[in-house]
Design a protein around this ligand. Sequence first.
Ligand code: THU
Length: 129
Amino acid sequence: MVENDLVSLAKNASKNAYVPYSHFPIGAAVKTKDGKIFTGCNIENASFGLTNCGERTAIFKAVSEGYTNFSEIAIYGEAEEPVSPCGACRQVMAEFFEPSAKVTLISKKGETVEMTVGGLLPYSFTDLN
Ligand code: THU
């Protein structure tokens, strides 16, 4: 699968976003190191703090299927500017990606910004030992 497909899969995943409170759909597509792709969207709740972000939905879907090593992620937001991942999602990315892994942020117009996991969360907490 060509790299750009991750971008279109992230956008497509946002169609399933459950966002009755924020009306702010997010979609994400994550690629495992062996090339498998998982997608996710944000899922809100009437108890707002229970909301799961799109990035974490995609990553947790993959982890629950036995994949814990990822090479890159694309994140689409229905916004004018590419959406920057929240702190919780950065910490989850730091757990499962190498610092050099590519993160592509995508706006609703299709503009992209490329970052790395390490650039988004430098000097991250990674281990209890
Ligand atoms: N959201 C994400 O899905 N990912 C982020 O990194 C930032 C925020 C979602 C959570 C909530 O459903 C909506 O965006 C507004 O905060």
